[in-house]
Design a protein around this ligand. Structure first.
Ligand code: HEM
Length: 473
């Protein structure tokens, strides 16, 4: 059964300026737009508030590598697994994230996602133990316990918003596990403020010099600042409480507060640095998983065959008891469902890098400073690697089928030295939460439910996903 219609790409028109490979100044640029990204294209895609439309357009029009200019900047869009590997892995030393992530710093400061070079390496070293396999094994029961509480709260026939519910759940899980903090009372504030931030985010990144404008009393920006301030208040309270108690709970927060820069001056992280890291991991750790889970409920409701297979697996493997970490190797189909869901709706829908040196990529030669973008959303819907791409088919993720595809045809967690630090955590969480909830409930879509994506920092649903829980017999 088909899932949803993709956001329809713009059809090229006779007036669309097209060109083939461009050789200039010793460089060889991929095919693409002849002039600067024309205003009419830009305005059309940004008015739709959906940058995926632009990527979709480039891929349909020019194939797997395309080029355009925006002001003085060269921008290359890649939709080829081997070239994506070149950027993220093979030639990673010639690329940085910094410029492509600058706007994210408005929200996240200098945390693991936005930092670069030595600072990044230090932050990764500090955070790594919190994500170590043995460490996250201890989180399994807490995850299941949270989902078990939620499944007691749902009522047959009483409508829920799957997005809001999954946000609530994933937020509590990340707070309780990685920061050993109970945020039950703050869930509402955090959700409201993050929603406000996400609503304004695309507006903000489209503004030139947004960082400087933040100091001016512009209404949209003031709301953004206010939301950030309220979020900061929650995070600073967590930090203060822990500092005051002086307790080492062995979680990431304690690790951050205790860490010293042993390579340099033994200095501790400042409160601002801890704030940046906590906010980064908080937001990266709950928004992504929550979106993945919400889309999964929608896809299961649309695909009864897959839903029945999932239920059969849960009944056989768990025989009515709650799942534990030890069950994960047996919950194969559950994992395949989640893999397929993140193929169609990847929570991180695009990534970017900027070259710091001249780069040879396939037949192309590109100057230092070129921006490169690639999109999980587009790549993972490419028929060459995923035939009949809009069909929801978890069987695409059998070990044999996975091995037959190039690695970067599917990369929901990125790759190379900036690969998601929370990947194992996320898989474990997604499987345990889905298994615990689906053991008891199936969710039915409310008739007339509208489905559309809204790409913000993560791939959100444009509308609430209204669903009705139905007790499994
Ligand atoms: C389904 C869930 C998730 C998805 C799809 C996802 C996706 C990603 C991707 C694509 C990147 C790489 C970005 C880039 O290289 O430009 C990334 C990085 C990161 N993720 Fe995740 N993530 C998920 C869950 C988590 C969780 C649960 C945590 C923490 C609790 C987390 C924390 C991070 C951090 C800190 C980074 C930056 C790593 C670095 O640059 O060294 N993520 N994630």
């Amino acid at each position: 059964m088909a899932t949803i219609a993709p956001s329809s790409p713009e059809k090229p028109t006779a007036s669309t300026p097209v060109r083939t490979v461009l050789e200039r100044g010793g460089y060889r640029y991929p095919p693409g737009l002849r002039r600067n990204l024309p205003f009419y294209l830009f305005s059309r895609f940004f008015r739709a508030n959906n940058p995926i439309l632009l990527f979709e357009y480039l891929q349909k029009q020019y194939g797997s590598v395309s080029h355009y200019r925006l002001g003085p900047n060269h921008i290359v869009f890649l939709n080829d697994p081997e070239l994506i590997r070149e950027v993220l892995v093979t030639q990673a030393a010639s690329f940085i994230k910094e410029r492509t992530q600058r706007r994210m710093k408005i929200l996240l400061g200098e945390g693991l996602i936005t930092s670069e070079g030595e600072v990044h390496m230090r932050q990764r070293r500090i955070a790594a133990p919190a994500f170590h396999r043995q460490r996250i094994a201890a989180y399994g029961d807490m995850m299941t316990a949270r989902a078990a509480t939620m499944r007691e709260e749902w009522q047959p026939g009483v409508e829920i918003d799957a997005v809001a519910e999954m946000m609530r759940l994933a937020l509590q899980v990340v707070a309780r596990t990685i920061f050993d903090t109970d945020v039950t009372e703050d869930v509402q504030t955090i959700n409201t403020e993050v929603n406000a931030i996400m609503d304004l985010y695309n507006f903000l990144i489209a503004l030139p010099k947004a960082e400087a404008l933040l100091h001016l009393p512009i209404p949209g920006l003031m709301r953004f600042k206010e939301a950030r301030r309220r979020l900061d208040a929650v995070v600073h309270r967590m930090i203060d409480q822990r500092r005051r108690s002086g307790e080492d709970r062995g979680d990431l927060l304690s690790m951050l507060l205790a860490s010293r820069d042993t390579e340099r001056d033994q200095s501790k992280l400042t409160d601002e640095q801890v704030r940046d890291e906590v906010t980064t991991i908080f937001l990266a750790g709950y928004e992504t998983v929550a979106n993945a889970l919400a889309w999964t409920w929608l896809l299961l409701a649309e695909n009864p065959r897959a839903e029945a297979k999932l239920h059969a697996e849960l009944d056989t493997v768990l025989a009515g008891r709650l799942p534990t970490l030890a069950d994960l190797p047996q919950l194969r189909y559950t994992e395949m469902v989640l893999s397929e869901s993140m193929r169609l709706y990847p929570p991180a829908w695009a990534m970017g890098r900027q070259s710091t040196a001249v780069v040879e990529l396939g037949p192309y030669r590109l100057p230092a400073g070129t921006y490169f973008f690639f999109s999980q959303y587009i790549m993972q819907r490419t028929p060459e690697y995923f035939p009949d791409p809009l069909r929801f088919e978890p069987e695409r993720f059998t070990p044999e089928k996975k091995a037959a595809r190039p690695k970067f045809a599917y990369f929901p967690f990125g790759g190379g030295n900036r690969q998601c630090i929370g990947e194992s955590f996320a898989w474990m969480e997604a499987v345990l939460l889905t298994a615990t909830l689906a053991q008891r409930w199936r969710l039915r879509m409310v008739p007339g439910q509208r489905v559309a994506v809204q790409p913000k920092i993560t791939l959100r649903s444009k509308y609430p996903i209204r669903m009705v829980p139905e007790l499994r017999a």
